[in-house]
Design a protein around this ligand. Structure first.
Ligand SMILES: [Zn+2]
Length: 196
């Protein structure tokens, strides 16, 4: 059973006398039980270098581009950040522990497969995915035209509606590794609910 605190004045106090009350710093607080707290939040971050190439894979979607992301797997930086957010929310470790870059089977691996494996682990731990939100940091290409496709791609793997997947993008304003088009980064948050 979880609890929350409410600050209230004396008039409100008279109306909630049935709840537990205590004083702190001369203020009156109400300690109210609100039921089981089953939510868990996680955060993820990733960066991959850009190098010679002709396409990118972002959020499971292949995009033509004049450079490619470099990595042991397919370097889908957005899905890697999302994987860490999901693992973090469920306290199941991190992407490096589950998909080590020393394992040959992860070489050039499609990150959609990796995300699906993590979603299975999250479900086996008896969590449901409530929603996720992501930010891509990329000078190019423009993400807005393909944001809906990326959201649908991610939603299909997470078994949620596209409305439960946020995808936003920022440029590097021409400065730093992102702005100089040396790298693309991503951040993600995930909210899970324990279902047992
Ligand atoms: Zn990565």
């Amino acid at each position: 059973m979880g609890c929350t605190l409410f600050y209230c004045g004396c008039e409100a106090l008279l109306r909630v006398v049935e709840k537990r009350v205590f004083l702190y710093n001369t203020r009156v607080f109400i300690w109210e039980e609100f039921g089981t707290n089953n939510f868990r939040i996680g955060i993820g971050h990733d960066t991959h270098r850009l190098g010679p190439g002709s396409s990118l894979r972002l959020g499971g979607v292949n995009l033509p581009h004049d450079r490619s992301l470099i990595g042991h797997s397919d370097a889908d930086v957005l899905l890697h950040a999302l994987i860490d957010a999901l693992l973090g929310a469920a306290a199941l470790g991190d992407i490096g522990q589950i998909f080590p870059n020393t394992d040959i089977k992860n070489a050039d691996r499609n990150s959609v497969e990796m995300l699906q494996e993590v979603v299975n682990q999250v479900h086996q731990a008896e969590y449901r995915i409530v929603n996720v939100d992501c930010i891509l940091f990329a000078e190019r290409p423009k993400i807005a035209p393909v944001a809906l496709e990326i959201r649908r791609s991610i939603a299909a793997v997470l078994s949620v509606l596209p409305e439960a997947v946020g995808v936003k993008a920022k440029t590097g304003e021409g400065v730093g590794p992102v702005g100089r088009e040396e790298a693309i980064s991503a951040q993600a948050v995930a909210l899970l609910e324990k279902i047992s």
